[in-house]
Design a protein. Sequence first.
Lengths: 331, 280
Amino acid sequence: MKGIPGRLVRIFFSYSIKMISLLLAVSAISFVLVTASPIDPIQQYLLGLGTAVSPQQRAEIEDYWGVNEPPAKRYLDWLSELLHGNLGESALYRRPVGEIISERFQSSLALMLCAWLLSGMIGFILGCIMGMYQNRLPDRIIKKICYILSSVPTFWLGLVFLLVFSVWLKWFPIGFSGPVGIPESQVTLRQRLYHLILPAVTLSFMSFANIALHTRQKLAEVLGSEYVLFARARGEGDLTILLRHGLRNILIPGLTLQFASFAELFGGSVMAENVFSYPGLGSAASAAGLSGDVPLLLGITLFSALFVCTGNLIANLLYGIIDPQIKEAAP
Amino acid sequence: MSILKISHPAGRRTRVVILTILIALLLITIYAMGIFIPDEAAAGSFLEAGQPPSWKHPFGTDMLGRDLLARTLKGMAVSMTIGIAASAVSAVIAVITGIAAAAGSRYLDASIGWLIDLVMSIPHTILVILISFAMGRGLKGLLIGIAATHWCSLARLIRGEVLQLRSRQYVAVSRRLGRSGGWILIHHLLPHLLPQLLTGLILMFPHAILHEASVSFLGFGLPPEQPAIGIILSESMRYLSTGMWWSAVLPGLVLVLIVLLIDRLGEQLRLILDPGSAQE
């Protein structure tokens, strides 16, 4: 197969194989880690029940959960159930893990998507401004801001935003994905968006510096090229050069980087969701870790790895489009 | 830049060195203050609970009447200790994997590349939570978690550097003269890698501190009575709606300031050590 479609198909298959191997390894490693934990999941489960349990009942539960089987057998059992779509039952929420993940991921996805689009746009525009005014005042100011922002922890930024915009100015609610006291089904889209703004802005602030600095450098490369010199000689203005020559060269690399940053996005959403008590996957992950909810923790870990790998796959495909000379990775 | 060079013909390097020493001294002072402040200073009494910043308590006090400045400084010292330890372990992992990937067989290189992809495929916050859970929470889990997640980019950097160095002529000559791989490693590769490693280590350090603060904030890692910066901030969140702004803003500002200073220190050191800019 030749040309771009053929290359994309090849990248797709070679990365998919790698992705499967990575996900298998993630499942094995996370299983080993939770097995090694001194925190007893049965004990946590019984604590969650809230009733006294006789030793005999405990033994029955242990039998039912299979904790006395050898770890290798337990892993294979878990894996085969996983492949049938059964992730087990959460000890914390008393519901199937798959259900919780799909429900929570919807809220998280809304949050992450907003933050992703926002950071992409802010970062790209700022990067263009920096590239256009290279080494002049606007460039230096924005660059400084970018460097400072990359040293600010997401959760602290969230705290400060919460303090300024919710507590002092009262523009935004304190947290949660909808108003308190109203059933999930009756929350309108407008209310949801209203509750989403502050966490999304916080999350996007964490990542736009990266994309802005990257765009700046790419644009500087383009503007230093000979074809831009020629365009200038022909009498094209700065804006025309940016639109005609700049954008088409820097858009896809920027987009690639944005897709490759899914891991930071997910990690940041864990922090943002905890600060804003937003009921998404991230807050479920830390709750699962704190309460020793092993099935949920395993499910979320695996899901987050799938999420990151999907982002990397898209980034790789985009990379295949941009650069015809890219060497294909040996399978 | 060129104007600077002309107006300070010989002073630029000196100024960089002075700035580096100043930053290092400031960081050491903050660290030492955190270590040597007695526990009583951060103990406090209920009579002084929830006070805004004043001359007596520059950062105010928290709901238990503890002085927040003392607590922040102590917390920073704890965070910095964890940051140093975790980055050092991470750097050792990076050196070993980086050199092994570049100098070993193709198979080894591919496996290490795959291992890096593996670590990068789980969001770091989730992986640290998982490792902290595996170690039964507490300091040990936090240290191992942060050390296990921060070595990847430095390992890639070192691998690239070694590959580049290995193709140099003097290495080829040395090999023809019959020097062993280990001799070349110690006499030719390590002197070049050391500056890279040092700056990489220092630039990794702020990331480690930020991660430590984040994970402590979530409630993993250090026990709640420990004055770690993440724990102070997570406590402050509970009283945020009562208007206790100082307990959230000021300790966080100190954290950001320290991270910025260390970042700056790393950049300055790179300027001094990097042969490309050392002669400026």
